[in-house]
Ligand binder design. Sequence first.
Ligand code: ZN
Length: 136
Amino acid sequence: MTTPIRRGTRIAHFGVAVHALSDVLPFYRDVLDLPMVPLADADGARIAGLAAGDSLVELLEPAVAESPIAKFVDKRGPGIHHICFAVDDLDGTLAKAKAAGVELIDETPRIGAEGKRIAFLHPKSTGGVLIELSEY
Ligand code: ZN
């Protein structure tokens, strides 16, 4: 096993839940002038990605009824859905979180919208914010 290169935890993206991408895409794309980045749909959401420097904004539109994004928008309306941190060592950070008593939504990493390994942590352990961890 190789030692991960230390690059430091950074904000990879934040996800914004919306009723429809067309509601807010013009603001992020045309007003803030963020270039679009193609992303795959994931977890029952259509995703529009926009680059803000090295980080992304992900607009998340429900594509499937009863998907996590559909439930979120129905219950709470549009708004910030989650923040994703890219970490040097995803498996090590997950193990550390578990050891610290953080409730994990994903016990083992899975593939996210950017094609990278990701895992979610429960907001009840993180100050009410749904946190996604991603490998670089
Ligand atoms: Zn995400």
